[in-house]
Design a protein. Structure first.
Ligand code: SF4
Length: 274
């Protein structure tokens, strides 16, 4: 567990959900996150993800049954210990794994956070979204009312290439972006540029053209692929699918970001003309 945050005692881990006691499956906690939203942040890495991104750095978060059970109140207690550090416009971020796979837990956590005036952020792939699932939508409506920012990771705009890269379709992910716009939840889009896989400028333009329609789009984070995750796969005895793919050249990244920005610009011009 990073940052020396103590794991709850064994007794705590073994406690089952009882009455209204809600627990989440947590991979780890990080008390000084600087890349997971605005300012310095307390970061909760939840356990469990249905995606299988070829470049995932955290394959140890995939297992839905792993992790440590924690109560929301325990997490808020850990936040409060260092709350002075988050006063620079920071707050609480839930990432993973996939936070929306534990929607009830995150809702309870954010309920407690909002009672204390904490800025709340979810970093999600959007894969759990399903516009045909009314009970889920009701839960998401409740969660989004407590969420200040969603960082939505769009892995690939092309449906087929998205499936190749992540083993999952992107239809619901793109619908989730539209849902966030409808709910007026601020959205940052994140996109990892992998040489030969997600760096085609036509698709990057298409990504920009897609997100350019949304009024809630507040930022675009274009991240370079790096190979640091490879060692983790080795240590877990897992196959690393991107073996031999070089890290993304940071100078070229500027051009790639420009392609996305051009797509955004084009869409916004069209919208203002209509
Ligand atoms: S969505 Fe995130 S946690 Fe899940 S496989 Fe992809 S990179 Fe890994």
């Amino acid at each position: 567990m990073p940052s020396g945050i103590p794991a709850p005692s064994r007794g705590f881990q073994n406690r089952r959900k009882c009455g209204n006691l809600m627990q989440g499956r947590i991979h780890s906690l990080e008390s000084f996150g600087t890349v997971d939203g605005p300012g310095t942040r307390f970061v909760v890495f939840v356990q469990g993800c249905p995606m299988r991104c070829a470049y995932c750095h955290n394959p140890d978060t995939w297992d839905m049954n792993g992790g440590t059970l924690m109560e929301p109140s325990y997490i808020i207690e850990q936040y409060e210990k260092n709350k002075a550090f988050y006063a620079n416009g920071g707050g609480l971020t839930v990432t993973g794994g996939e936070p929306l796979m534990q929607v009830d837990f995150v809702t309870e956590l954010f309920t407690l956070a909002k009672e204390k005036g904490i800025h709340t952020c979810i970093d999600s792939s959007g894969i759990a979204f399903n516009s045909n699932n009314t009970p889920l939508l009701l839960k998401l409506d409740k969660l989004m009312a407590l969420t200040d920012l969603v960082m939505l990771d769009i892995k690939h705009i092309d449906p087929e290439k998205h499936r190749e890269l992540t083993q999952q379709p992107n239809e619901n992910i793109l619908k989730f972006a539209a849902y966030l716009d409808e709910k007026h939840v601020d959205m940052w889009i994140r996109h990892v540029v992998v040489p030969g896989i997600t760096d085609d400028e036509k698709y990057l333009f298409d990504l920009g053209y897609f997100i350019g329609q949304f009024h809630n789009l507040k930022a675009l984070d274009v991240l370079p692929y790096h190979t640091m995750g490879e060692k983790k796969y080795e240590s877990l005895g897992m196959e690393y699918k991107l073996k031999g793919v070089p890290p993304m050249d940071k100078d070229k990244l500027i051009e790639k970001k420009k392609a996305i920005l051009n797509g955004i610009k084009k869409r916004r011009e069209e919208i203002s003309l209509n």
